[in-house]
Design a protein around this ligand. Sequence first.
Ligand SMILES: [Fe+2]
Length: 449
Amino acid sequence: MLNTGIIGKTLDFISISQHTAPIAYIWLFLRLVKQQFISLLYQSENMSSSNINLRNPREYIFPQPMLEALETATLQTQLLIKGQGVFIFELTKTPSTTFETRINCADYSNKIRLDIKITKNEFSALLTKSDGNTFEGIERIALSTNDKAFYWLSLDSHNLVLRFGIGEARLETESCRIMFDDACKKDLLTISQFSFDDAVIAPLRMLRDPISTPVALAVKGSDDLTMDDIAAHRFMPKANLSEIGQLLYDNVAGKKFVLDDDDFPEFSQAIEYSIKTPGCWCHTKLAEKSKSKPAGQEKKIYLRITLGQNSGESPGIPYVMEIWPPGCYSSIHSHAGANAIIRVFTGSVAVTMYPFLGTEESFGKATFKAGDIAWISPTLNQYHMLKNENLDGPTCITIQCYMYDKDDLGHYSYFDYLDDNNKLAQFNPNSDMDFVEFKATMRKEWAKR
Ligand SMILES: [Fe+2]
């Protein structure tokens, strides 16, 4: 048996015949390379979303599956902290009525076991304790038949709960939960490893901390954060964002990072004027975009004014000022797995959130007004639709800034979205005009009015 790093795989199932030997040896070699790679990743301190104040990483990202056709054994992975964590995974088979898979959790000795069974409509867990007694829970669920769906399993021994959900790992997407009694706590806290059938389950991430509280959607810096904000989960403390999230926040949250500054105090009024006045740049550009849309979707438009250049750290240009006239809205889209910070300058924007890209069933909606700052991480708030619901105005103007996570080596450069036929498509984050030129144009139009 070979079992390396955070993830191991039993290799004793392989039977090598004369005919299969070359393939098997290549496969073994690639497996060893893969496991060495995984082992190195696990040892690295550059884990995604690692907290610079703590050595223990906040999550582990599984490499993309390799050699899928040849993998038919059980994969084993370890929790980053015993007794807690979130396992995020995809199902490689569309769940049918006969679908069944298991995730077996255990302590190091394999004596204390938490055996989880997932079928299309049922989620069950059986805990075998150190004294030989058992605790069982069964809940109804409905696995998705959407091939873009993914799932999460959260073990929270301190709060005696096992949660299961679809899409982004958060309370809002929970499908079911099993509550354990106090007598289970001692044993649950020893759970250290998960094993599963990788012909059915494709692992994506292992998060260190369990899902326990709602995700606050707006961010506040320490000078503005109150005790009530924390107690009611109303705001995400800026210091709790990932290192990259904090960097982006600091870049755009400053008091002087505003639209109407001393240089052009009427800038936002000038933009409103340009939108409303035929012949002006915003009016013309919006009319052009609107014309390209199918009937009924003429308001599925907005303007993208970019600051700076693409320096390879973000999908498209890292800073984008977005202009959302009354009633305008976006497609349902994702953000290339990048981090983002969104600050609202004027008006307000309604954000409808989705568990994964491919479904039109949202799990929540929030409205951000002038002064609010929202956040996106590789694992949270990635899938949304924006709309300026103030049909009588004002226009909503925001600044968005993006950056890939520290160890994102893929740098996927598109914002995927659901097109008019609800099919996945790629949006290349482009620019309608550079900020410097735009500001000069607005100033000119405003002076001429
Ligand atoms: Fe977005």
